[in-house]
Design a protein around this ligand. Structure first.
Ligand code: 13P
Ligand code: SF4
Length: 336
C-alpha cells in the first residue's frame, strides 16, 4: 500500500502524512495537559502506533494498564481491551477513539448464554480468552490471552473440567499444546478464519525461503503450515530474532508496521485472506480487522479533547471481573 492517496473528487494526490503530523502535535499537547498515556494495539494504523507510548498485544496492554501512573488512559484498540484497562485501573478515566470498535469473538458470547452453559456442569472451570465483554469476564474463573493461554491452562487444577470460551480455534490450539481436553465455545475471529490453506500454500511456493508466523485464532488447516504459532507480540520477537530474511505473516496487517520498524532489512509478506481477495479493485489482499481500523488519528485527538467516548462499568462488574484478570497476570508473571 502507498502513503499517497488519490482524492476521488479532484483526481489530485494528497500526502496524508502532513495532516497526520499536525494531528500528532495536537495529541502530544493534549497528552501533557491530561497526564494521559496512549496505549495502542499492534493492529492499529501506523500513524496511531507512532503517537502511542506503548504498542503491544493484549497481554502487554493489560500489564501497562495495570501499572500506569497516568490519570487518563487513551486506549487505541477495540472495546473489550479498553474495558479491561478500566477494570484494572477503575479510578482512571479510560477513553477509546471509537466506541463502535467491537470484536466478533466478544459478540459470539453473550453473558446469559455463557451462564446457561456453565450451569450444565458444576465442575466447569471457565477459562476465558480476553476477547470478551466485562460481563463475561465477571462470570469467568480465569482470563487468558493468546500470549499466555498455554501457561494458564497448564496451571489449572487437573480435577476440573475446563470450559474454554469464546474462541474455538485458539482453544483447539491450546488443547494440542497442552494435551488437556476442554469444552470449547463455538466462537471465532471473523478476520482470522478468512485465511485458507490453499492461498497460504501458494504464497509459500512464491517465497520458499520465508518463515511462516501464524496467529492461533486461525484455522487448524492454516496453523499446520506454521513455523511459529503465537501472539502478535511474540510474532514480532520471533521475526526480530530469527535469522531468516523473509516472513509470511498470517494475522491482521497492522502488525507489519512494527515489524518493518524493528526488523530493518527484512521482508514481510502479508498472507492473503479470502475476504480481501473478493475485492477485485483492491490490489492489496492483506487482511484487516474492520473493528481495529475504525480508530483514526482524528478520533484519537477528539476523544482526548472531549474525554469521550468513555468506558463506564458498574461497581459490581468492576469488582467481579477484576479477580480473573488478576489471576491471569499473576500466573503470567511466574517464571517458566
Ligand atoms: P494478541 O493478544 O495476540 O495481540 O491478539 C489480539 C487479537 O485481537 C487478535 O485478533
Ligand atoms: Fe476481534 Fe478478530 Fe478483530 Fe482481533 S482481529 S479484535 S479477534 S475481530
Amino acid at each position: 500500500m502507498t502513503e499517497q492517496t488519490v482524492n476521488r473528487s479532484t483526481g489530485t494526490h494528497a500526502d496524508p502524512r502532513r495532516g497526520h503530523d499536525a494531528l500528532a502535535r495536537e495529541i502530544l499537547v493534549l497528552k501533557k495537559q491530561l497526564n494521559a498515556v496512549i496505549l495502542a494495539h499492534n493492529y492499529q494504523v501506523p500513524e496511531i502506533q507512532d503517537v502511542a507510548d506503548f504498542v503491544g498485544d493484549s497481554l502487554g496492554l493489560s500489564q501497562q494498564a495495570a501499572s500506569t501512573q497516568a490519570d487518563v488512559i487513551v486506549f487505541c484498540g477495540v472495546h473489550f481491551m479498553a474495558e479491561t484497562a478500566k477494570i484494572l485501573s477503575p479510578d482512571k478515566i479510560v477513553v477509546l477513539p471509537d466506541k463502535g470498535a467491537g470484536c466478533s469473538l466478544e459478540e459470539s458470547c453473550p453473558a446469559d448464554k455463557l451462564r446457561e452453559l456453565q450451569q450444565t456442569n458444576p465442575n466447569f472451570l471457565t477459562v476465558t480468552y480476553i476477547n470478551c465483554s466485562a460481563e463475561v469476564k465477571a462470570l469467568s474463573d480465569i482470563i487468558c490471552t493468546s500470549g499466555n493461554a498455554v501457561k494458564i491452562v497448564n496451571a489449572c487444577p487437573p480435577d476440573r473440567d475446563i470450559l474454554f470460551v469464546p474462541d474455538e480455534n485458539l482453544g483447539a490450539w491450546v488443547m494440542e499444546q497442552t494435551g488437556r481436553p476442554m469444552t470449547l465455545w463455538r466462537g471465532n475471529c471473523y478476520a482470522h478464519v478468512e485465511f485458507r490453506r490453499e492461498s497460504l500454500l501458494k504464497v509459500k511456493r512464491q517465497f520458499p525461503e520465508a518463515k511462516v508466523v501464524i496467529h492461533p485464532e486461525s484455522l487448524r488447516e492454516v496453523r499446520d503450515l506454521a513455523d511459529e504459532v503465537c501472539s502478535t507480540e511474540k510474532m514480532i520477537t520471533y521475526c526480530r530474532s530469527n535469522p531468516a530474511r523473509q516472513f509470511i505473516v498470517v494475522t491482521e496487517s497492522g502488525i507489519i508496521h512494527r515489524m518493518q520498524k524493528e526488523c530493518p532489512g527484512k521482508e514481510f509478506i502479508c498472507a492473503p485472506s479470502v475476504d480481501a481477495m473478493r475485492a477485485p479493485t483492491d490490489p492489496c489482499h492483506c487482511s484487516e480487522c474492520k473493528f481495529m481500523k475504525m480508530n483514526t488519528l482524528e478520533k484519537v485527538r477528539d476523544c482526548m479533547k472531549n474525554l469521550a467516548p468513555r468506558i463506564e462499568l458498574s461497581p459490581a462488574i468492576l469488582q467481579r471481573a477484576r479477580l480473573p484478570i488478576e489471576r491471569m497476570l499473576e500466573i503470567s508473571a511466574r517464571p517458566g
